[in-house]
Design a protein around this ligand. Structure first.
Ligand SMILES: NC(=O)c1ccc[n+]([C@@H]2O[C@H](COP(=O)([O-])OP(=O)(O)OC[C@H]3O[C@@H](n4cnc5c(N)ncnc54)[C@H](O)[C@@H]3O)[C@@H](O)[C@H]2O)c1
Length: 390
């Protein structure tokens, strides 16, 4: 029988107290709850979740419980777990939580393996393909599930994972890209950088590596605060777009010589590696905003450094012979580890996409199997509900 694995159950009351603010700011989830109380669309269904364990996600969990879910096993993503919220959720009936603040990738994989051993589950909610990479199709079959991120989609494609059930990719939706990735991540990553460093953005020379949906949003907002923005992308079309939108572009090696802060947001691994160190300025601050903490090759930095030490919570100094580099939050996504994650309004819009997708999987028996984009009807419905026009 699965047991909760959390930092401190005594933090439950603190977590519960914090929930009030989030509930009051999530009218869309309140409307789902109201409908779910009547319709109970997930009655008797079991659900395996691997997502960020923080207050907004806890409101989504409450909403799912209203919908009649029989059991939720909630595994926290790396670097974003709030210990009080993990304790609050773990104290709920029908919920098992495996999420600790300092969990490693190995811990996460172990939680997923333990959870899958306790299957079957009807539905799943995955983030970064953490569940799908451990899932053995011979053990049991899901009714269906969702994958949240670009990183997850890339992993599914690279590993040629072909599910025998519908797997809807939330990231492949207009709503998610335009509103969450560009607007939401744009704001929250800049917020995380400011909170973590306490620095002024005005005049700061900041390089964003990756000019996709997230990178565009981050660069735009940094520039709006007066930063001098540099962009590098391996896709020349994306770099041209960055140039015509007013950012300084060029080869990575040249840009690294100029900047004081580097942010990776590509969804790929080892984008910033030890061979780049020689180009970087003394005191350069390095952070990641992509889903996995492998965009920066921290291990490579460690191999070459004379000393690695924490200078304050969330900031580590790597001392080399000729310079020092500061790494924020061990390369975990900055908006989640240093800030409060994506803005509330953005997240509940994303949750609307998730919940409508799960409903589609349960209700639509003709839904095709395999990895697929969200039906446009779900984009439209989530946006309509979020506009609160009625
Ligand atoms: N922190 C968050 O809250 C949050 C939210 C949403 C998405 N994400 C993550 O952010 C990452 C980016 O998402 P996106 O929607 O912007 O993806 P995207 O596919 O729109 O953009 C990625 C960009 O990176 C570029 N790129 C790829 N490899 C590169 C390399 N080695 N060097 C430079 N550029 C490279 C690509 O050409 C592309 O333009 C993903 O990992 C995604 O999961 C994070």
């Amino acid at each position: 029988m699965l047991k909760n694995i959390i930092d401190d159950p005594a933090l439950c009351d603190k977590g519960e107290e914090r929930m009030n603010w989030y509930r009051s700011q999530m009218p869309l989830m309140a409307s789902f709850k109201e409908r779910y109380q009547k319709e109970k669309p997930f009655s008797g269904k079991s659900l395996l979740v691997c997502m960020h364990c923080e207050p907004k996600a806890a409101v989504r969990t409450e909403t799912l419980l209203e919908a009649g879910v029989e059991r939720i096993v909630f595994i926290g993503n790396l670097g974003s777990t709030k210990d009080d919220i993990a304790a609050y959720l773990a104290a709920k009936d029908r919920v098992t939580v495996m999420a600790r603040k300092q969990d490693t990738l190995e811990d996460l994989r172990e939680y997923v393996r333990l959870a899958l051993e306790e299957g079957p589950y009807d539905l799943f909610m995955d983030n970064g393909a953490a569940i799908m990479q451990e899932y053995d199709p011979d053990s049991f079959s899901f009714l269906g599930g969702i994958e949240e991120t670009r990183s997850g989609r890339l992993i599914l494609d690279e590993k040629k994972i072909v599910p025998d059930f519908p797997l809807l990719v939330i990231d492949d939706s207009r709503v998610k890209r335009l509103i969450e990735n560009e607007t939401g991540v744009g704001q929250s990553v800049v917020d995380g950088l400011m909170r973590q460093t306490g620095m002024l953005m005005g005049g700061k020379k900041i390089l964003v590596i990756g000019y996709g949906w997230c990178g565009r949003g981050i660069s735009q907002r940094l520039r709006a605060l007066g930063a001098v923005t540099y962009v590098y992308d391996t896709d020349y079309v994306a770099m041209l777009k960055a140039k015509v939108e007013g950012h300084i572009v060029g080869y990575l090696e040249d840009l690294l010589k100029e900047v004081e802060v580097v942010i990776t947001v590509t969804g790929r691994f080892n984008v910033l590696r030890k061979e780049h160190l020689k180009y970087m300025k003394d005191g350069c601050i390095v952070a990641n905003a992509g889903h996995y903490n492998m965009e920066i090759d921290v291990q490579g930095f460690e191999e070459d450094c004379l000393e690695r030490k924490q200078v304050q919570e969330g900031i580590e100094e790597f001392r080399f012979e000729d310079k020092k580099i500061f790494l924020l939050q061990k390369g975990n996504p900055l908006n989640l580890s240093s800030g409060a994650g994506n803005p509330i309004e953005i997240m509940e819009l994303g949750y609307a996409l998730q919940l409508l997708s799960l409903e589609e999987i349960v209700k639509n028996k003709d839904l095709k199997k395999g990895i697929q984009d969200l039906p446009e009807s779900i984009n439209q419905e989530a946006a309509r509900l979020s506009l609160h026009l009625d």
